[in-house]
Design a binder for this molecule. Structure first.
Ligand SMILES: [Zn+2]
Length: 336
């Protein structure tokens, strides 16, 4: 081994051993130096797949590392799951994904909601109409109170309001960077947010795109110095403003049967009194999606209400994502 290669090897070894200690994973590193020079450290006694595919982050991999460095990862100590919902306005998270949130809360997940705005200008029409002479701060207070009440009613662990201002919402670089820091700190397993192509409501589109920008950066080592990256493949986009896929290209690839939590969702939606039209609108939406989901069920389950999503990236796993509807198999609905 030439002196230069040996020095480089020593440097590599020291650096990566420090990294491994920091990542809380005990891995023996064996330096592998080929006849042509430095190849890099190799894991000696742990399958790399076991480190990449942690339950908390099944797709994590050290993208910014040399290809041969495959021994970085952190087995989560806390096995509880986290869902983050990023909402443009005060009520969007509840109306479009409230049923799904309830199902995950019931399953023991921690759900956090970020409301980028209160929807004080563009989505508080009834309040403005019924409170002639009011002002923006009063409207914000009303919308915040409503959203907090809905979140508490649903069992959401935390809801945060960023007060960025709506219609138009501006998500500049500094705000995306703030979102990066928050996601890196929270480290959610799943993110729900707006679809990224919604010309009927640009606040929604901008929110979805900001989340994608933030998540993309979170996957890069170095996004925040001395912090492990956190790429979340499981982003699910929820309903657009107008359910017209020919207009906004929102093509659902995931349905959740929310029949068991639908009534509670609607009770939560009713708490947004500044938007009374939401109750009827999202009841109809859930019925429509229920009809579609019921068609795909093909008699395996009678589905009345559903929420639809579009995945950010294709499913990736060790087995096919087979639909599971057997638990509530209904024989008396005429299908079987
Ligand atoms: Zn909205």
């Amino acid at each position: 081994m030439c002196t230069e290669a040996a020095q480089a090897a020593e440097s590599y070894t020291s650096f990566y051993q420090q990294e491994i200690q920091r990542s809380c994973v005990t891995v023996k590193v064996m330096l592998n130096v080929s006849s042509t020079g430095l190849v890099g450290p190799q894991p000696e006694d742990i399958r790399p797949e076991a480190l990449w595919k942690t339950p908390k982050n099944p797709l994590w991999q050290p993208w910014s590392r040399p290809e041969s460095v495959i021994c970085f990862g952190k087995e989560p100590q806390d096995m509880s799951k986290k869902m983050l919902v990023v909402s443009a306005h005060g009520a969007d998270w509840c109306t479009r994904a409230g049923g799904t949130i309830l199902k995950y809360v019931n399953a023991g997940w921690e759900v956090t909601v970020y409301a980028l705005t209160f929807g004080e200008h563009g989505e508080s029409g009834a309040y403005w109409k019924d409170h002639w002479g009011t002002n923006v701060e009063e409207v914000k207070h009303c919308r915040k109170t409503e959203a907090q009440a809905a979140a508490a009613f649903m069992g959401v662990k935390r809801i945060e309001f960023f007060d960025y201002g709506d219609y138009p919402l501006d998500m500049g670089t500094s705000r995306v960077q703030d979102l990066i820091c928050r996601i890196m700190d929270l480290r959610p397993d799943v993110i729900l947010t707006h679809w990224i192509d919604d010309p009927f409501n640009m606040d929604h589109e901008i929110t979805g795109k900001a989340v994608v920008r933030a998540v993309s950066a979170c996957g890069m080592r170095g996004a925040i110095p001395d912090t492990d990256p956190h790429f979340i493949p499981d982003i699910f986009f929820f309903e657009t403003t107008m359910p017209h896929s020919e207009f906004n290209h929102f093509e659902i690839d995931t349905y959740l049967d929310i029949g068991d939590v639908f009534e509670k969702k609607i009770q939560a939606v009713k708490l947004f009194a500044a938007q009374p039209q939401l109750v009827e609108y999202y009841t109809r939406c859930a019925k429509n999606r229920g009809v579609q989901a019921n068609d795909w069920s093909r008699g395996r389950r009678s589905i009345q209400y559903a929420e639809g999503f579009k995945r950010y990236v294709p499913y990736l796993g060790d087995c096919l994502p087979v639909s599971s509807l057997e638990e509530r198999f209904i024989k008396e609905d005429g299908y079987v």
